[in-house]
Design a protein around this ligand. Structure first.
Ligand SMILES: Cc1cc2nc3c(=O)[nH]c(=O)nc-3n(C[C@H](O)[C@H](O)[C@H](O)COP(=O)(O)OP(=O)(O)OC[C@H]3O[C@@H](n4cnc5c(N)ncnc54)[C@H](O)[C@@H]3O)c2cc1C
Length: 424
């Protein structure tokens, strides 16, 4: 757990009356920031987005090389992107719908598995798997044609909140005023730290090793996940063209070893884990990207909005919460923050400004439940499957089989996995 202390904004200019003033400043250029900035501008709010990686638009991925950052996008994300009018513009030849999910326990027994099916749930798909850049590119294109949205390629160094709004000091020496600031500046959010919002933070001492593979067997539009004894989790997510995207959560030391493997060593590795089930299912796996590793941790901000007296700031995405990727939900949760915020601002009473305390409190209240539930479930699942005692091992494997036999629980699970975006 880490506490972040309040920072005094000594560098901020004193005279704010000469400064450029806008409705909303979105700090951060990840998918959450881009979607939020576009949505706010579509509401007619004069919006500026600031991030050091906004210098050029993300180019559309093409050809047989697939990006390293592959995500599972839930139906709640699809709903938001459709609302922002970009879902139809996404290159769907690079998005794979997921019809089934199969999750296997670590005893290697036939009944220790959970099968979730779109058909059984009466929905066309459970999720989509695709590259981050496909979504970012489409968001960039839409943002270019949005005249209420301006982008600044820079970092925010300081924020000072007062009764009218907030003043942001940028690295290039300039400053601007906004009625409302959206902190979408990621897991190490500078805005969160500046405002003295404390976090509960825990490192899993694990990394997520990601890589794309061409598989010789059909993946059957199925997302597979194997819990391995010892706490590792291997997910193989289907992609178009007989490819799968791997997320292997493992100890930091093992992740470093995995990054050194060549094709032959990987082939041997896959046949030696999960009793050979991965190879049996997907066939020969041929590496199709450079493997990379990302540290895994859990972070929860104690507040989702600025200080009580003058909130003026809303935290969204990883700035508010970071979770283990075993459920593939981190970004989806962040985009549900965006959906909720857009919904609240679009339905605001005509006498309320976008930075009204009441609206910001509404936002915080509405995001608490979804965030706490998802952080709790992913954390407990991760820990249950890392525990080495015989009882826990039996319990988790028995639990998978039990859930699998209950139509009712499976439906509830699918409903949760599909999520709900609240912005209409
Ligand atoms: C291995 C792995 C697999 C994952 N798989 C999935 C998945 O399948 N599905 C899913 O939903 N989620 C997944 N996630 C989670 C997902 O990656 C994150 O939740 C998501 O990328 C967070 O997006 P964001 O926009 O909130 O933050 P980020 O993408 O981190 O963006 C932060 C932005 O803020 C900018 N910034 C930082 N500081 C400043 C500053 N001072 N001033 C201005 N700008 C600043 C940065 O430059 C960047 O543009 C996965 C995570 C990992 C590690």
């Amino acid at each position: 757990m880490s506490e972040v202390s309040q920072n005094t904004s000594a560098k901020l200019p004193k005279n704010t009356s000469q400064m450029r003033t806008i409705d909303v400043a979105v700090v951060g250029g990840g998918i959450a920031g881009k979607a939020c900035a576009l949505g706010l501008a579509q509401l007619g709010l004069q919006t500026i987005q600031i991030a050091p990686d906004l210098g050029q638009t993300v180019s559309a991925p093409q050809g047989s090389q697939w990006g390293q950052r592959i995500y599972a996008f839930s139906p709640s994300t699809q709903k938001l992107l459709a609302h922002l009018q970009i879902w139809d513009a996404v290159d769907h030849s690079r998005m794979q719908p997921v019809r089934d999910m199969r999750i296997y326990g670590d005893r290697g027994e036939k009944h220790d598995q959970l099968h979730l099916s779109a058909f059984e749930a009466g929905t066309p798909q459970l999720a989509w798997i695709g590259e981050s850049n496909v979504i970012e590119h489409t968001l960039d294109q839409a943002s270019r044609f949005q005249n209420k949205l301006e982008r600044i390629n820079d970092s925010v160094e300081n924020i000072q909140v007062d009764s009218d709004g907030a003043t942001l000091q940028l690295k290039n020496g300039s400053a601007l005023r906004a009625q409302l600031v959206i902190a979408a500046d990621g897991a190490n959010s500078a805005i969160r730290a500046e405002l003295g919002i404390s976090t509960k933070e825990e490192s899993y001492s694990q990394s997520g090793v990601v890589a794309n593979w061409i598989c010789s067997n059909a993946h059957l539009e199925t997302a597979y996940q194997w819990f391995l004894s010892g706490g590792d989790i291997v997910a193989m997510l289907p992609l178009p063209n007989k490819q799968v995207s791997m997320v292997w959560s493992t100890s930091t030391e093992n992740a470093a070893e995995l990054l050194k493997l060549d094709q032959a060593a990987w082939t041997e590795k896959f046949s030696s884990i999960a009793n050979g089930a991965i190879v049996k299912q997907l066939g020969l796996l041929t590496l199709n990207s450079m493997p990379a590793a990302f540290p895994l941790r859990r972070i929860r901000a104690s507040r989702f909005i600025g200080p009580d007296d003058n909130p003026k700031v809303a935290l969204i995405g990883d700035a508010a919460h970071v979770m283990h990727p075993l459920a593939g939900q981190g970004l989806n949760l962040g985009l549900r923050d965006v959906a909720t915020l857009l919904h609240i601002l679009s339905k605001r009473e005509s006498f309320r400004l976008p930075n009204d305390k009441v609206l910001l409190r509404r936002y915080e209240r509405q995001r608490q439940g979804d965030t706490s539930a998802l952080l709790w479930v992913t954390d407990k699942l991760k820990k249950l499957f890392s525990a080495s005692s015989g009882t826990e091992k039996q319990l988790r494997n028995w639990g998978l089989g039990l859930v699998n036999r209950s139509h009712f629980i499976k439906r509830r699970l699918i409903e949760r996995a599909l999520g709900d975006a609240d912005f209409e």
